[in-house]
Design a protein around this ligand. Structure first.
Ligand code: AMP
Length: 357
């Protein structure tokens, strides 16, 4: 298992800010990047060496990417599985298609993590309104109905306050396969960002406390409060088991609820994660660099904090307009993603504040 030498090309499926930050980390290590995304404007393409704007399903395009890339990775999990599987027959794809297959289906990821000893909220797969009604009777209310696939940032979710909400919720979710999840009374939310190398080496970052607003991550803070810290070892051990069971190579993120009875697994992403953006300045080696190191077969970097306190704040919608003021704050690092249109709810950038010493 030899390391890819600098100058090699990394193919990245997806053209958003995660691809942008991966491409920057790759460039720092001397790699070239080739972005494949259907978007007219790709913010990842702005920092990459090459950009192919095309649909993921074109064989000609996939063959071309496989011919030019030495390894391929993906920056989001809502990509169709078929092109990733096809690519993996022509070029190493890391993480492999299995990580994607499990993580893009809420029922499969909960089953998978549950079988490895993780605790989940009570849940049931529902494919009809009748099944939803009986799931509510079994699990109780309040509960949350989530689309089985393609949900993100709180999208594709409906709260159910009582049994009478069933029909409206079923229509709102688009009458599609979904899971009903019991409501978890948590004190905090946190994530474990694990990286697994090509040789099976494992590392994970200290867990951030993640605060959400309107279903979107608003802030991550480290070190996490006591209510999270007590669950760190257990959640990190579970994440390591998941990474190993998937034979995952690269970064893998598991999100948890902290409850007085222990950590409850919520969902996972087979990729770098918004709750790890603080690692660019707040950790010795960022999640982006560690992902690149892992998929290129390099040794992993240290995940230790660089300061006594680290905070990451997302800039959503027009919050990025105040960029000049953020630049004037000592110890504040501003990241803007180069997106043109500051729509409400759109992630435009983030700030990281590191307290040294
Ligand atoms: P998700 O897309 O699953 O990450 O959900 C988005 C947000 O909704 C989470 O970060 C939580 O704040 C909330 N949420 C999701 N599932 C549950 C649950 N079972 N119980 C309580 N809150 C939840």
């Amino acid at each position: 298992m030899s390391a890819l030498p600098p100058g090699s090309t990394i193919g990245i499926l997806g053209g958003g800010q995660l691809g942008r930050m991966l491409a920057s980390a790759a460039a720092q290590l001397g790699y070239r990047t080739h972005i494949l995304a259907p978007d007219a404007e790709s913010v990842a393409a702005q920092t990459a060496s090459t950009f192919t704007r095309a649909d993921y399903h074109s064989r000609i395009v996939l063959d071309d990417l496989a011919a030019h890339a030495d390894v391929v990775t993906y920056e989001f999990e809502n990509i169709a599985l078929a092109p990733v599987e096809y690519l993996s027959t022509r070029v190493p794809v890391r993480p492999g298609p299995r990580s994607l297959e499990i993580a893009q289906d809420r029922a499969r990821e909960k089953t998978f993590v549950g079988e490895l000893g993780g605790r989940t909220a009570p849940w049931a797969l529902v494919t009809t309104l009748d099944e939803l009604r009986s799931a509510i009777a079994r699990i109780g209310a309040p509960a949350i109905l989530k689309t089985l696939r393609l949900g993100y940032d709180g999208k594709g979710q409906v709260r159910i306050h009582n049994a009478a909400d069933a029909e409206a919720a079923w229509i709102e979710i688009g009458e599609r396969p979904a899971i009903l999840e019991g409501f978890v009374e948590f004190t905090h939310e946190f994530s474990i960002i694990t990286v697994r190398g090509l040789d099976g080496a494992l590392a994970s970052y200290p867990p951030p406390w993640n605060e959400h607003k309107d279903g979107i991550l608003a802030r991550s803070t480290l070190p996490a409060p006591h209510e999270i810290a007590v669950h760190w070892a257990q959640a990190a051990a579970l994440s390591a088991r998941v990474a190993e069971a998937l034979d995952h190579v690269g970064v893998l993120t598991l999100e948890f609820f902290a409850t007085p009875d222990g950590p409850v697994f919520n969902e996972m992403a087979p990729r770098v994660h918004n709750s790890g953006h603080w690692t660019i300045e707040g950790a010795e080696c960022s999640q982006f660099e560690n992902h690149i190191r892992a998929i290129c077969g390099l040794p992993l970097g240290s995940t230790a904090l660089t300061g006594s306190r680290v905070e990451m704040v997302n800039l959503i919608g027009n919050e990025g307009d105040a960029w000049e003021g953020f630049l004037a704050e000592p110890g504040t690092h501003l990241h803007l993603y180069g997106k043109g249109n500051a729509r409400p709810g759109r992630k435009m950038g983030h700030l990281t504040r590191v307290k040294r010493g």
